[in-house]
Design a protein. Structure first.
Length: 580
């Protein structure tokens, strides 16, 4: 595989840029295959020798914790790894065929295995399983030399993965990686949202990148231009080094801008809240001068804790301490969403690791909680108790029917009575809101608003469900259009009903953090936004450059025309005109 400069196109999230060395991360390992050049041969030999050495070291560590019989078996594994005949054959074929060494090794050993399996001999059959084990270990150490050992992950590397989970993002953020390249997924996935909140560059839909670049090679991510530069030249590195320095200074300016009020040109003040996924993000809010949380996603408490994936439910007491800590630090509203597990957020601890044909339409969020009331009770009790220490409000996700919301309200009242008997302090007038993110909830919003104290719009799922398209499927990105005429009509009706009912309404999905959509949301009647903290300064600057009147005129024209291409065109023209 030549080390020539190559540009690949993908879908970037945000406007971050990162420079680092590639680091392959895979949950399920496969052997890559690619051509090399003659000047790569010695490096391939070196990689092979290092992988053999690491494999032997791993086996030595295993031998310290097993009995003598297993030690002897593992000793034969070491002898096989040191087999000079195979080593010579592997290195000769690399030189002759000019393919990467793990592919050559896999092919040669697989050939031996095929011959052994054809011989009817029990002893040889047992030896076959040993060879498979050795082959897997050596290939893993060739493809992913630091797999399973996060402590050895380079601090400023670019992580390359087929898929990425929220827990992966948290682990790599703790290490301090520079960026992520993911072969599949989308900008509204929770991994993307989390990476964006941490300010880590992330780009999706770079097909089969693991076969296009070697481990440990220089790579650049440019989310603004939606590109990845493999094997960048000196000019690239110099230019992007300057750019990353400038972006760092710009982020410092964003912090200053975020602290100022968001007031339109016609003097209408717009409230901006922050979305958070983990309690540690509260510190970022304080740094940016944000005094309210519009969405705290509590499911991450059920998925991981610190650096470890959890193995049991978070107790009422654990949750109480987390919620109390957040509420006591934030002066304004703290809207906490109840457990929204399922879809792209899976927790084996909750028994949701089973396969569902349509997980985004499956047993998730409030559907799961109302089926597991003892688990749900722990969370509600913790939230109620924490409400004594701050302005906590409870938001219920994935409401599909009026009955679901009413049942939830009754359940919370029952929990309140239980807390009174326990002489626990809590805010008896705590507000309860509904997250409007299903078409059915949007249709019956006039009924829900009578039962709810406030509404929030979850644009990520609402757009997905209304357009009947998986928001993480890159082939359907053309359908995931937040300004589709059907979406605009629905949003306008939902917002109008909430405003006429004098019930607060917030939009807390990713649509809120995209500057292009800010004038549209203002024109639709949204006066309160919630978004990742890193987006707040940009959105506030957009708000300061527009008037409500011109935003309303823009939206009315889009809705009257009923043409998506026209909507995109006039929106782009509007953005240029107001210099966003």
């Amino acid at each position: 595989m030549p080390d020539r400069r190559t540009i690949l196109n993908g879908h970037g999230v945000g406007d971050d840029v990162a420079i680092g060395s590639s680091f392959f991360y895979t949950q399920s390992l496969s052997t890559p295959i690619y051509k090399i050049e003659e000047n790569d041969i010695e490096e391939e030999y070196k990689r092979f020798d290092e992988a053999v050495k690491k494999s032997i070291e791993e086996i030595h560590l295993l031998q310290k914790h097993v009995d003598n019989n297993i030690k002897n078996i593992l000793s034969t594994h070491i002898l096989m790894l040191q087999d000079k005949v195979i080593e010579k054959q592997v290195k000769e074929e690399v030189k002759e065929k000019l393919f990467n060494i793990e592919h050559i090794y896999d092919t040669i050993v697989s050939g031996y295995l095929e011959k052994l399996s054809s011989i009817n001999n029990k002893m040889l059959s047992e030896r076959t399983s040993d060879i498979i084990d050795i082959k897997s270990r050596l290939i893993r150490n060739l493809v992913q030399p630091n797999s399973g050992d996060y402590s050895q992950v380079p601090k400023d590397c670019i992580v390359i993965a087929k898929t990425l989970t929220p827990s992966d993002v948290l682990k790599f953020n703790n290490i301090g990686v520079a960026g992520f390249i993911v072969e599949s997924g989308g900008y509204t996935s929770h991994a993307a949202i989390l990476a964006k909140s941490f300010g880590i560059a992330i780009i999706f839909n770079i097909n089969d990148i693991s076969s296009k670049i070697k481990n440990g090679r220089k790579i650049i991510i440019d989310c603004r231009s939606n590109i990845v530069i493999m094997n960048p030249n000196k000019k690239d590195i110099d230019n992007y080094t300057i750019l990353t320095d400038n972006l760092k200074k710009l982020k410092e300016k964003y912090i200053s801008d975020a602290k100022e009020d968001a007031v339109t040109k016609d003097n209408i003040k717009i409230k901006i809240n922050a979305n958070i996924d983990i309690p540690e993000e509260t510190e970022s809010l304080l740094k940016y001068g944000i005094d309210s949380i519009g969405l705290y996603r509590t499911e991450f408490l059920y998925m991981f804790s610190d650096e470890e994936i959890i193995t049991e439910f978070p107790t009422e007491e654990i949750q109480f301490k987390v919620y109390k800590n957040i509420a006591s630090k934030i002066k304004g509203r703290v809207i906490i969403r109840t457990l929204d597990i399922g879809g792209d957020k899976i927790s084996p601890t909750l028994g949701l690791d089973f396969k569902e044909d349509n997980p985004f339409l499956g047993w998730r969020a409030i559907r799961f909680c109302l089926s597991n009331k003892e688990l749900f009770k722990d969370q509600i009790k913790a939230l109620l108790r924490a409400s004594y220490y701050g302005n906590i409000e409870i938001m219920i996700p994935m409401i599909s029917t009026l009955e679901e919301f009413i049942e939830t309200k009754k359940f919370i009242e029952e929990v309140k009575e239980e807390l009174k008997k326990e002489n626990q302090n809590f805010n008896e007038n705590i507000k309860l809101g509904a997250l409007i993110e299903t078409p059915s909830a949007a249709e019956i919003v006039d009924l829900i608003v009578k039962e709810a104290d406030f509404l929030s719009i979850g644009s990520n799922d609402l757009v997905q469900y209304m357009m009947a398209c998986d928001r993480t499927n890159e082939k359907l990105m053309y359908l995931y259009n937040p300004i589709d005429i059907s979406i605009l009509r629905t949003l306008k009706r939902v917002i109008k009903i909430a405003n006429e009912s004098n019930k607060p309404i917030t939009l807390c999905g990713e649509m809120a953090s995209v500057p292009m959509y800010t004038p549209v949301l203002l024109g639709l009647g949204i006066r309160e936004f919630s978004m990742s903290v890193t987006s707040i300064a940009k959105i506030k600057n957009v708000i300061r450059n527009v008037s409500i009147e011109e935003c309303e005129n823009l939206v009315n024209e889009m809705i009257v025309k009923c043409n998506n291409d026209f909507s995109k065109s006039i929106l782009n023209s509007f953005i240029k005109k107001v210099n966003i």
